[in-house]
Structures are given as C-alpha cells and as structure tokens.
Write a protein that binds this ligand. Structure first.
Ligand SMILES: [Fe+2]
Length: 190
C-alpha cells in the first residue's frame, strides 16, 4: 500500500532560464547574505549601501516519501563581480559525512570549486553539459566566470545537511578573480 507521497513527481524545467514549475521554495542570495565570502570588503559595503545586489537564486523541490527523501535544487548565478571576484555560491560541506551529491551544469560557464578543507583542492572547468559527482568529504562552490547566467541542477539526499559556517570562516583554498577580462586563480588569504 503506497502512501500519498510515494507516487512519482515531475516538474517542467527550462535549462536556459533555470526555472522549473511547480516550485515549492525559492531562496534568493544577495551580496549581504554573502558578506564574508568575498575578499574585497570595501566593494561588499559599497554594494550593500547602494541597495544590495542579487547574486544567485536557488529553487528547491523536496521529494519526501515514506522510505527515503531526495531533493532537487536548481541554482541560477547571475554574471558579475564583487570587486574583482566573480559571483559565486556561498559554498558548503554536508553535515553528514556519508552524503555525496550530483551537480549538472546546464547553462553558462565557470568553475566548480571542490575543497576537503584539509589540504585538497580542485577547480573543475564547467560549461553546459558537464556533470560532476561530489564525494561526501568535499566542500563545493560554483563560480560564474561568463557574461551570461550560469545554471546548474543538484540532486542530493535531504538528510545531507548544509554546513556554511566552516566555509565562511576558512573559505576555499583559492579565489577566482577577473584580470584583463579573464578568470585567474589566487590563493585565499583568509
Ligand atoms: Fe551540497
């Protein structure tokens, strides 16, 4: 006997815009939500004082069943920089250390940054069509280095949990900045 929430659910998704329907939850992230993440604190303050700026949005759909719970998340990162640092997601590591995730870039270009926070760092060049498996022990952040929207799809287990604080304190090993119109990696001085 199936419970009411044990039936398949589908959504309609547009990879160009990153919008799907129906969408039960939308979280916008402004520069003010990402204050500690960007290295140029003066640029951060200037943007906030002139009315703040939307950096990215996440649309979520939880799929809860009577046995196990998956989630769909679609993120749209708008193009731009804060100071010379490209727009990016906050970045997190999963609270549960046995929970991996799939990230699928469907539009735009940039990098997926992966960091164990214990000495291992990878920057995966990302463009539409690249799918990356993120093992449980890697913090993850996406950087939009293009002139267009970057859209990616994430699937994960709802119990994974998100630890943003450790990334906020320590950051990733490297930051991605715009120099002469191109992305350049610099060591994070945090
Ligand atoms: Fe995650």
């Amino acid at each position: 006997m199936l419970a009411e929430n044990d039936y398949p659910i589908s959504v309609e998704f547009d990879p160009q815009s990153g919008i799907f329907t129906p969408c039960p939850k939308l979280t916008p992230r402004y520069v003010s939500d990402l204050k500690q993440m960007f290295h140029d604190q003066q640029a951060v303050e200037e943007i906030i004082h002139s009315g703040d700026r939307l950096v990215y949005e996440i649309r979520y759909h939880p799929f809860k069943t009577s046995k196990s719970d998956m989630a769909l998340g679609v993120t749209r990162i708008f193009p731009g920089t804060v100071g010379n640092e490209y727009h990016m997601t906050k970045g997190h590591i999963h609270e549960r250390d046995d929970q991996p995730e799939i990230y699928y870039c469907v539009h735009g270009e940039g990098f997926l940054l992966l960091d164990t926070l214990q000495g291992e760092f990878r920057a995966v060049p990302w463009k539409a069509g690249v799918i990356t498996h993120i093992p449980p022990m890697w913090a993850h952040r996406v950087v939009n280095t293009g002139d267009d929207l970057l859209v990616f799809v994430a699937t994960y287990h709802l119990s994974a949990g998100h630890d943003y604080e450790i990334v906020e304190k320590q950051g990733f090993a490297q930051i991605v900045v715009k120099q002469n119109g191109k992305p350049v990696f610099l060591p994070n001085e945090k």
